[in-house]
Structure formats: C-alpha cells, structure tokens
Design a protein. Structure first.
Length: 111
C-alpha cells in the first residue's frame, strides 16, 4: 500500500446543521470528571442527568490553572450554560452540545 491509497482510510466529514436557537440557563452542577487540557470537556451532573460541557469561562479557567481554585468531591458549581442542538444530516441523528459560559459560584460541601 502506498501513500496514494491513504484516502481509502479517511473518515467522511460529519455534516452538522444547527437546528434551533441556543438556550441559556443557570443551574448547579457537580463535577464528575474534568480535564485540564485546553478545549476538553468536563463531565458534570445537574441532579437530573449527566452530560459533557466545554468550559468557556476564561477567568475561571485562569484561576484553576493558577491554583486559586481547587476541587473536592461534592463541590457544587453554579453556572450559566448555553445548550445548542444539531442534526447530523448524514445519519439523521440529533446531537446536543453544552457550554459553561460562566461559573458564578463555587461552593464547597458542608463539613
């Protein structure tokens, strides 16, 4: 197999179409799993469901990187979330993306 055959192994581009306006809301979340890698998603729970969210709050992320903010189990974050829905046109499947636009409060669990 040569370089000229590598296009056989290329994944097809995913075509996503935004199907509605963004929804913004405030909620409280628990962090289940987080990533310090830039652009990675955090896995969170809002008491009803668990979902992935991309943290866009740069000032909060700077505090995390500098060590001004640290996390413990059962911490609660009060956040502003933007939710967007897309339709994968090639597979006709819905996809939801969540973005944490702002961390309004970081609350430690009661002792």
């Amino acid at each position: 197999m040569g370089k000229e055959e590598t296009y056989y192994f290329k994944c097809p581009e995913t075509e996503e179409e935004k199907i509605n306006d963004s929804v913004h809301f405030d909620t409280s979340i628990h962090i289940i799993n987080l990533s310090f890698k830039e652009g990675n998603k955090w896995y969170v729970n809002d008491g009803q469901s668990s979902f992935y969210a991309i943290v866009e709050d740069e000032s909060f992320l700077k505090k995390v990187k500098s060590g001004d903010v640290s996390f413990a189990i059962n911490d609660i974050l009060r956040v502003k979330i933007r939710r967007e829905q897309f339709l994968n046109t090639s597979q006709n499947k819905l996809k939801t993306k969540n973005f944490i636009e702002e961390v309004k409060r970081h609350q430690k669990p009661p002792m």
